[in-house]
Design a protein around this ligand. Structure first.
Ligand code: GDP
Ligand code: ZN
Length: 373
């Protein structure tokens, strides 16, 4: 059933979600591209433009209810052109998001239904373990599994030393050193290229995401641009988010370079990134210990003995505080329901119910599973 969708990452779970709906005959498709609210979908046979139906937008309560790249949606063909109306969305396995830059505290959805999130850093001036920890906190909240990739290994002599140092700071995530340009170490990534799997690539602009996709595609599908020598940053080659299919049925989502990566207020990700500190603090005498000189504080003791480095502890404090601020801002936010014109209301009567049903399901089940995917 829907076997043409398998190469897009369709699986039993999505199938069941569709089947158990009241409208199992709706056309499922995956969002493969989003550029400022313009969607492109893939039905397994074709790609086509798509726009959100009026009732879909009316039912949306927050940013989380809008589709993003990687989402599975339900479609209704539009008569006027070759496009589609998006009338429903299936439950997500995972969702990668950040808080948008600037003063507003809206979450920005970056990619959905991803299995692995590759965090790519160049082993040049781009290399920054603290930024990797920040990424990691967001990835742990997404439900996807993080894979850290250190690219441009051809530029360094002490690759093993860097790897060793980083893995002491990031004990729980796999780390790979590669050279996308010279195709070194790519074979170490093959374990993630499983048919039906979706991988999102994130990292600063210039880290080598396009080069890695090229290496994986083994063809010049994305144009890479020469590094500007002065500031060590590559030019932006991607401003949209796009899902690309490899021959073997692995989907790759390319996220544009992100300058700013703000935490969303979800504490679990920071806790998991700094699991060692969490576990040390279990030994503090007081359960509400703030580790600021209270008697019997295990964290202070670990800092004194050197078991815990001051640098790691201060990064933990910094990200925890930032997260707490994000959380407070998020709570204050009043969710405004979008008002939209009901231009398509008539055409949609049949699909309206299914759309609302999916919204409800989504809300009820909006707990991203950290184990399954
Ligand atoms: P993106 O912005 O993350 O997509 O980065 P690109 O793939 O466009 O790469 C930015 C620049 O880094 C380009 O000039 C690439 O040729 C260069 N680059 C990418 N991978 C490597 C690598 O493994 N080694 C070296 N030395 N340069 C690389
Ligand atoms: Zn303490």
């Amino acid at each position: 059933m829907h076997s043409n969708l398998l190469k897009l990452g369709w699986n039993d779970k999505f199938h069941q979600s569709l089947d158990s709906s009241d409208f199992p005959q709706a056309i499922p498709a995956r969002i493969i591209r989003e550029d400022r609210g313009q969607y492109t979908i893939h039905t397994g046979d074709n790609t086509a433009p798509a726009q959100l139906s009026g009732s879909f937008m009316n039912a949306a309560q927050s940013q989380l209810d809008y589709p993003t790249v990687g989402d599975w949606v339900l479609l209704q063909p539009m008569e006027s052109n070759n496009g589609f109306l998006v009338t429903g969305m299936l439950d997500r396995n995972s969702l990668f998001m950040r808080q948008s830059a600037g003063k507003t505290s809206d979450d920005q959805l970056l990619a959905a239904n991803i299995d692995y999130l590759f965090i790519i850093s160049g082993l040049d001036l781009d290399f920054n373990p603290r930024r990797i920890q920040r990424y990691l906190s967001l990835v742990y909240n997404s439900g996807a599994q993080p894979v850290i990739i250190l690219n441009k290994s051809d530029l360094v002599d002490d690759q093993d030393q860097i790897l060793e140092q980083l893995s002491s700071q990031i004990p729980d995530a796999p780390i790979h050193a590669i050279s996308a340009l010279y195709q070194h170490g790519i074979e170490g990534l093959e374990q993630y290229l499983i048919p039906g799997t979706t991988i999102a690539l994130s990292g600063s602009s210039g880290a080598g995401k396009s080069s890695l996709i090229n290496a994986l595609l083994d063809e010049q599908r994305l144009k890479t641009q020469a590094n500007r020598e002065d500031d060590n940053r590559g030019r932006h080659t991607t401003t949209w988010r796009e899902l690309i299919m490899l021959e073997n049925g692995t989907c790759i989502i390319d996220l544009p370079g992100m300058r700013e990566l703000q935490l969303t207020g979800d504490e679990a990700g920071v806790s998991k990134t700094f699991a060692d500190i969490k576990s040390i603090s279990q030994q503090c005498r007081f359960r509400n210990c703030r580790h600021e000189g209270e008697p019997g504080c295990a964290v202070q003791e670990a800092l004194e003995t050197g078991e815990l480095s001051l640098e790691r502890y201060s990064q933990f404090t910094k990200l925890s505080q930032e997260n707490a601020i994000a959380r407070k801002r998020g709570k204050k936010k009043v969710v405004q329901k979008k008002r939209v014109s009901n231009k398509y209301a008539e055409k949609e009567s049949f699909f309206k119910d299914v759309s609302i049903q999916f919204r409800k399901n989504n809300k009820a089940k909006r707990k991203y599973n950290l184990d399954g995917y």
